[in-house]
Design a protein around this ligand. Structure first.
Ligand code: WT7
Length: 632
């Protein structure tokens, strides 16, 4: 058989879960189906039962759910604190000495934190924040590397009811400043540097620039890393000094289920990033339940989510979900392939990781390095492999299944978003899997593929992916911009629509095809074309710019920019380089176009809107489609 046919056969196969996965699984396929049915027929009872069983409440709710379109609430009147569920109850119930985190870096350093130690650290930070005058509802921005102090700072905010806004430490000072300003943060917590591929990346100077002149920022807490001796300026506090003599006791703030927990910014197709707001009760419940069932967590499991806490995946599946369930997580600072492409697999071997959750872009990177790298290590502890962030192409799925999973693991391809808080579409481990298809909606999620009017399309036909009703961890608003929140629920009927195209097959398996809007997905990160374009035109030489996403072997998509120069400027390599540097400074490395093409004109509609669709079709050598609205 030709290699191509062999791949086709594998791609079209339905993969039954391996016996060893089935033997352990918390729920069988039949149980999942039965629970799903109940969750849709009777969502309020379903969620109430689980909320009672899985979480600790200081006071029970009066009403499970209320929907005054477009607003909704869950567990109205219920009182809880997410950190109590993530820490105290485990410490009180025999898990005090169980590991919460195993942290490693590129140089082979390791630090371990038990649940007891983590609770103490969180309380010290919480007391430190209180001393700085941070109160319930105040905003704290966190701009830190992947260290336990980062995660503990998030939890410390939640402990006292402050709203955290974590900014990924790869973002530029401008991007950080916009987020600090938008939230009017009282305190910023940061660190001196992070290390990636052996190189120190300075974080502190990014913060210095970001807070310059922002008088409402009262304090900047700086975690100095080993070997650092920074002279701290006015308003700046040394993290370790700050917490040194603080009490390890801090009463958890009694939070209403609907009290805000955090803001996290994400890109849309227009304007500046949106501050997605999540609240306490529904988010705690939903991330807990998805962690438990989608990753099939057992008491002795070691879980490793390779994300960064700066993204929603880090919030939900490095911090709140795994801790609420009480599992042990590995967390790794630095790059996947440094000092060599065996790094991640050596970590799996060393810590006997059972559940491994990463992004397709990483899988494709390892495909490129070749299967000899994972072959060097004992990966037999792995039972479940997860994928998130972008569609996983079937070839990458099969490579992951065969070379990392050795045919002995279930793959969970989890579709969800910053806005959804937790997994929406996936198969649970005991469910048959189809490469490239995320699978079925999770408990309580009524997902469908519809046309513009909201009518279901036929099986295997392309349509818009919508969710018909609010779920517990759905975003509650966009910070300061309620109209942008309403847009999610009003573009296609009264359904939730956040921009993906999809198909659904005869068995109800959903395949995500990618974004329907002007959002580019680079290595699983959402980048708005509008943001990149406005960064481009803020360069003194640039008159106009348009940006498109192009298929990329490893990143999924890469950014290409078409640029019209102002009079007096000539296209050149060095100008292109300068423009790229400018975008890097404005937004961060993630948003820098791989390619810049200087053009004389951009295709526009008669009303002056840039037709990115036409640029993209031309770039990829595809039919231009309907060009009747094109200006000339
Ligand atoms: C967008 C959300 C959810 C955490 C990471 C990204 C794409 C996400 C999948 C998947 C196909 C996926 C979608 C979605 N996406 N997971 N398993 N299969 N596409 O969060 O930055 O809010 O981006 O990522 O396009 O809309 P985000």
């Amino acid at each position: 058989m030709s290699e191509k046919n062999e791949i086709l056969l594998k791609v079209n196969k339905v993969y039954q879960p391996p016996q060893r996965v089935l033997e352990k699984a918390l729920i069988t396929k039949e149980e999942f189906d039965e629970m799903y049915k109940r969750s849709i027929e009777n969502p309020e009872d379903f969620w109430a039962d689980i909320a009672e069983k899985e979480l600790h409440w200081f006071k029970k709710w009066d009403k499970v759910f209320e929907w005054n379109y477009p607003k909704y609430q869950w567990f109205i009147g219920g009182k809880l604190n997410i950190t109590y569920n993530c820490l105290d109850r485990h410490v009180e119930n025999g898990r005090r000495n169980k590991l919460a985190y195993i942290w490693v870096d590129e140089d082979g350093n390791e630090k371990k934190y038990t649940y007891g130690e983590l609770l103490d650290l969180v309380n010290k930070i919480a007391n430190g924040l209180k001393e700085l005058g941070v109160k319930k509802g105040d905003r704290v921005v966190i701009y830190m590397p992947l260290v336990v102090e980062q995660l503990a700072s998030m939890l410390a905010c939640a402990r006292i009811g402050a709203i955290h806004s974590v900014v990924y430490a790869g973002f530029s000072s401008n991007a950080l400043r916009m987020r600090i300003e938008d939230a009017k943060a009282k305190v910023v917590i940061t660190s001196t540097w992070t290390k990636r591929r052996g190189k120190k990346i300075d974080l502190k100077s990014v913060v210095d620039e970001a807070v310059d002149g922002l008088n409402f920022v009262e304090n900047i807490v700086v975690l100095q890393r080993e070997g650092d001796e920074f002279e701290l300026e006015e308003k700046e506090i040394d993290f370790n000094e700050w917490i040194k003599d603080k009490s390890t006791h801090c009463e958890p703030e009694i939070m209403d289920a609907e009290d805000p927990l955090f803001i996290l910014y994400t890109s849309g197709s227009t304007g500046k990033p949106k501050g997605v707001l999540h609240t306490t009760g529904g988010y705690n419940l939903y991330t807990h339940v998805t962690t438990k069932y989608v990753f099939d967590i057992h008491e002795d499991d070691i879980f490793w989510c390779t994300a960064d806490p700066g993204w929603i995946t880090g919030h939900s599946y490095m911090v709140y979900g795994p801790l609420s369930v009480g599992t042990t997580s590995v967390i790794a600072e630095g790059a996947p392939d440094h000092p060599d492409p065996g790094r991640w697999w050596s970590i799996v071997e060393k810590y006997k990781v059972n559940i491994f959750y990463t992004a397709p872009t990483a899988v494709r990177l390892f495909m490129k390095y070749g299967e000899e790298w994972p072959k060097k290590y004992d990966l037999s502890s792995l039972r479940i492999l997860g994928s998130v962030g972008e569609p996983i192409n079937p070839e990458a799925w099969i490579w992951y299944y065969e070379n990392i999973g050795r045919g002995q693991c279930s793959i969970v391809d989890t579709w969800w978003q910053t806005e959804t808080g937790g997994h929406m579409i996936t198969t649970v481990p005991a469910y048959p899997q189809k490469p490239g298809k995320a699978g079925k909606p999770f408990f309580g999620i009524e997902a469908d593929v519809v046309d513009k009017e909201g009518k279901p399309v036929e099986p295997n036909k392309v349509g818009y992916l919508v969710i018909k009703k609010p779920w517990p961890s759905a975003l509650r608003t966009c910070w300061g911009e309620p109209e942008r929140f309403e847009k999610y629920w009003s573009e296609i009927g009264k359904y939730y629509f956040a921009g993906d195209m999809a198909t659904k097959d005869e068995d109800g398996y959903i395949m995500i095809l990618g974004r329907a809007d002007d959002v580019i997905n680079v290595s699983g990160h959402r980048i708005g074309t509008a943001e990149v374009e406005s960064a481009l035109v803020s360069h003194p030489a640039v008159a106009e710019a348009a940006v498109i996403g192009k298929p990329h072997e490893i990143k999924g998509e890469s950014i290409k920019a078409f640029v019209i120069l102002k009079q007096g400027y000539e296209p050149s390599e060095s100008l292109a380089k300068d423009i790229k540097m400018h975008v890097r400074h404005e937004l961060g490395a993630l948003a820098v176009p791989d390619e810049i093409e200087f053009v004389e004109k951009l295709p526009k509609t008669r009303s002056g809107k840039i037709m990115r669709r036409v640029l993209k079709a031309k770039e990829l050598g595809m039919p231009l489609g309907d060009t009747s609205t094109l200006e000339d």
